[in-house]
Ligand binder design. Structure first.
Ligand code: UD1
Ligand code: UDP
Length: 377
C-alpha cells in the first residue's frame, strides 16, 4: 500500500508523526507532502528536526494568503503531486486550509481520504476551521474520530460508514515526547522559572487576533495576571500586537515573558511544569488534560467539549474579570485546583496511530479502500 500524508502547519506535524511512525514500523515508507502553510523555522522545521521527520518528498511552498488564495494554491499544487504519485490513500489531520485543500484535491482524483481527528465541531460556522472540518469530513472515506462525541457529531450529519473511534494522536505524541522533553529541555533554566510557579499562555485564533478590540482585551488579561506568565507568540499574533502598539506594552511588564514560538520539547516541558495553562489552541487544550495541568480556554466555544466535561478545562472567554476570577481560584483553592488537575484524559491510550494503520491496512487488503459512489449503500 502507498499512503500519502499531506500536512502544512505546526499541529499537523506533531499529530501526524505518530501515524507515520506506525506505518514505518510495518515496513511502509509513506509519501510526505508539506504544503508550506507554515514556513518560519519556529513553526515548521524545528518540529521536523525534533521529531526526526526526515525525507519530505514534496515542499509545496504555498505560504500565507487569504483563505481562498491559500486553499486554492495548495489544491493546485497538491493535485499535481497526487496525479504524478497516485497514492492508495491520502491522510490529512485536523481543520486547517491544508486539510481542506488536500481532501478536496484527493477525493476528486478518486483517491480516498483518511481524516485524522474527524468529527470535531465547535458549532460556530464563522470560524474558518469549522468550515474546513465539515467539508473535509464529508470528502473523506475513512474518518478517524478521536472520541465517541466526535462520532456522534458525524452521525448527526449522516456519516456512519467508515467511522472509527481511535483516540487522538496527541496522546501518542505526548507519551512519546514528554520524557525526552523532561530530560533534554532547559527551558525552565533559560527563563529562570520554578515548576508550578508560572502560567503558560498562547493565542492565535482569528477571532482573538484579527479584532483589535479582542486583542486589547487579551493584553489587559495578561497584564492583570497575578502569576508570572510565559507567552510564546504565534507569528500571526506578533504582527497584530506590533501593528496595534501592544507588543511594547506587554514587553514592559516584569511578570510577562514574551518569546518566539517554542520547539515541541521546550513547549511540552514548559506546559507540563506550568501551574495553569491559558490558551485558545485546540491542541493545547488536549495536552493540558493529558499532562494534568488545569486549562482556561480564552474562547466562548470549543470543539473539545470532552475536556470541559471531564473537568480539566473551563471556557473563560475574554472577559478579564471572569478570567482573573478563575486564575485566583486555581491559585487559592487547593481542592478546586486538584479537581481540575486530576481530570481524566478523554483522548485515549497513546496507541491511536497504530490503530489507524491497522484499520487502513485491513481495508486495503479487503479492497475496500476506495472512493465509493455513495456512503449509504
Ligand atoms: C492555522 C490554522 C489554524 C491552526 C494554526 C496552527 C487555518 C485556517 N488555520 O492558523 O486552524 O490552529 O494554523 O498554528 O488553516 N505566519 C508567519 N509564519 C509562518 C506562518 C504564518 O509569519 O510560518 C503568519 C502570516 O502572517 C500569516 C499568518 O501568520 O498570514 C496566519 O497564518 P496561517 O497559516 O494562514 O493561519 P494560522 O493563524 O497559523
Ligand atoms: N506548540 C509548540 N510550541 C509553541 C506553541 C505550541 O510546540 O510555542 C505545540 C503544542 O504543544 C501543540 C501544538 O503546538 O501540540 C498546538 O498548535 P497550535 O496551537 O498552533 O494549533 P491548534 O492546535 O490550535 O490547531
Amino acid at each position: 500500500m502507498k499512503p500519502a500524508f499531506i500536512f502544512g502547519t505546526r499541529p499537523e506535524i506533531i499529530k501526524l508523526v505518530p501515524v507515520i511512525r506506525a506505518f514505518e514500523k510495518r515496513g511502509l515508507k509513506p509519501l510526505l507532502i508539506h504544503t508550506g502553510q507554515h514556513y518560519d523555522y519556529e513553526m515548521s522545521k524545528v518540529f521536523l528536526e525534533e521529531l526526526e521527520l526526515r525525507g519530505i518528498n514534496y515542499h509545496l511552498e504555498v505560504g500565507s494568503g487569504t483563505q481562498a488564495y491559500q486553499t486554492g494554491i495548495a489544491m493546485i499544487k497538491i493535485e499535481e503531486v497526487l496525479m504524478k504519485e497516485d497514492p492508495d490513500v491520502t491522510l490529512v489531520q485536523g481543520d486547517t486550509n491544508t486539510v481542506l485543500a488536500g481532501a478536496l484535491a484527493s477525493v476528486k482524483l478518486k483517491i480516498p481520504v483518511a481524516h485524522v481527528e474527524a468529527g470535531l465541531r465547535s458549532f460556530d460556522r464563522t470560524m474558518p476551521e469549522e468550515i474546513n472540518r465539515i467539508l473535509a469530513d464529508h470528502a473523506s472515506e475513512v474518518l478517524f474520530a478521536p472520541t465517541e462525541e466526535a462520532r456522534k457529531n458525524l452521525e448527526r450529519e449522516g456519516i456512519i460508514e467508515g467511522v472509527y473511534v481511535v483516540g487522538n494522536t496527541i496522546v501518542d505524541a505526548v507519551f512519546q515526547n514528554s520524557e525526552i522533553a523532561e530530560r533534554k529541555s532547559k527551558i525552565l533554566e533559560k527563563f529562570g522559572l520554578k515548576p508550578k510557579e508560572y502560567a503558560v499562555l498562547t493565542a492565535h485564533r482569528a477571532e482573538n487576533t484579527d479584532s483589535a478590540e479582542n486583542l486589547k482585551k487579551l493584553v489587559e488579561i495578561i497584564e492583570s495576571l497575578p502569576i508570572p506568565v510565559v507567552y510564546p507568540v504565534h507569528p500571526r499574533t506578533e504582527k497584530r500586537l506590533k501593528d496595534l502598539g501592544l507588543w511594547e506594552r506587554l514587553k514592559a511588564k516584569d511578570h510577562v515573558i514574551l518569546t518566539k514560538p517554542l520547539g515541541y520539547l521546550d513547549f511540552l516541558k514548559l506546559q507540563k511544569n506550568a501551574k495553569i495553562v491559558l490558551t485558545d489552541s485546540g491542541g493545547i487544550q488536549e495536552e493540558s488534560i493529558i499532562l494534568s495541568v488545569p486549562c482556561l480556554t480564552l474562547r466562548y466555544n470549543t470543539e473539545r467539549p470532552e475536556t470541559i466535561k471531564a473537568g480539566g478545562n473551563v471556557l473563560v472567554g475574554l472577559e478579564k474579570e471572569r478570567v482573573i476570577h478563575y486564575v485566583e481560584r486555581l491559585l487559592n483553592d487547593e481542592e478546586f485546583y486538584s479537581r481540575m488537575a486530576n481530570a481524566e484524559n478523554p483522548f485515549g491510550d497513546g496507541r491511536s496511530g497504530e490503530r489507524m494503520v491497522d484499520i487502513l491496512l485491513s481495508l486495503y487488503e479487503k479492497g475496500e479502500l476506495r472512493v465509493k459512489s455513495s456512503r449509504f449503500i
